[in-house]
Write a protein that binds this ligand. Structure first.
Ligand code: NAP
Length: 290
């Protein structure tokens, strides 16, 4: 069993991005600039946005945090989005989800200029990705592909089962792994909450990608010997013995599954850090594609 070390790989990527930024500056170019829009005070969102901003600083990007009140109207948020679209000093930006219930998320995401959509959530980018055209690929599936690439894992012709069909993880990773390409050509089965007998599918799979958000859903008897397991899940489980009052759990029963696998991502330290690194990568691409 080998750990797919997302923390180390993400750091390698950040070092490469930092070197690229230094080169850009030496050539008299401006450093990439990422903005993040955060509406409200949700604890997890604050943590995620905070680490995105810190990561920007680490690689020499400029970053701007746009903090808005929970009570902001949809129209006022759309005005903020229009300002970010028009601001030539900003290469890319993200709108941290979830948004408050009174705001139509789809309407907001549709308003993001696709050339600044470094989350890759706009239909223009999603469509281009599906058609194998140049596009911003959502950071989490992009990070999984990069991790497989850097560990030189050949997935061609392999049976891959993805659990979860969300627009930001399950669906795009199922598209990417089935495409032609360096990390691709797998035979992909996409499963979800209405799928029957998931364990029968995962037991036959060479690769299992779990992105459903149920702690320790994937048990040892659900994977075959030598499988590659990618755990995307991040769930905060209450734990009074922990200083933060909670513990982060993945979708995989790591302790019992890991010994059976050939490669596995830990939680934390697997897909999570890769997601942030790929957001930085998308921002660098945004500044280069302009
Ligand atoms: P989501 O939008 O809630 O989607 C969950 C998916 O899982 C849905 O497609 C759902 O099916 C499916 N599902 C739910 N229960 C199931 C079951 N019992 N059996 C099979 N499928 C089931 O979640 P998401 O945004 O993709 O996130 C998934 C997990 O990954 C969460 O823990 C999230 O925190 C984590 N995440 C991590 C990162 C990272 O950087 N590591 C990034 C994004 C998300 P239906 O479509 O039928 O409802």
């Amino acid at each position: 069993m080998q750990i797919l070390d997302g923390k180390k790989t993400a750091q390698d990527l950040k070092n490469e991005i930092q070197a690229e930024v230094s080169k850009m500056k030496a050539e008299g170019k401006r450093e990439p600039h990422l903005a993040a829009v955060l509406v409200g005070n949700d604890g997890a969102s604050l943590t995620y946005v905070g680490s995105k901003v810190r990561s920007c600083e680490q690689v020499g990007f400029q970053s701007t945090l746009v903090r808005l009140e929970d009570s902001i109207s949809e129209e006022a948020l759309l005005e903020e989005i229009a300002k970010l679209n028009a601001d030539r000093s900003i290469d890319g930006y993200i709108v941290q989800l979830p948004l408050p219930k009174h705001i139509n998320e789809e309407r907001i995401l549709m308003a993001v200029d696709p050339v600044k959509d470094v989350d890759g959530f706009h239909p223009s980018n999603f469509g281009k990705m599906a058609l194998e055209m140049q596009a911003f690929i959502p950071a989490t599936p992009f990070g999984i592909v990069e991790l497989l690439k850097r560990y030189q894992i050949d997935i061609q012709g392999k049976e891959c089962v993805v659990i979860g069909r969300s627009h930001i993880v399950g669906r795009p990773i199922s598209i990417l792994l089935s495409q032609k390409g360096e990390v691709g050509n797998a035979t992909v089965t996409l499963t979800h909450s209405r799928s029957k007998n998931i364990e029968q599918l995962t037991r036959k799979a060479d690769i299992v990608i779990s992105a459903l958000g149920i702690p320790e859903f994937l048990k040892a008897d659900m994977v075959k010997d030598g499988a590659i397991v990618i755990d995307v899940g991040i769930t905060r489980v209450p734990d009074e013995t922990h200083p933060k009052g909670y513990r982060i759990k993945g979708d995989v029963d790591f302790e019992n599954v890991a010994p059976k696998t050939s490669f596995i991502t830990p939680v934390p330290g697997g897909v999570g850090p890769m997601t942030i690194a790929m957001l930085l990568k998308n921002t660098l691409l945004a500044s280069q594609w302009r």
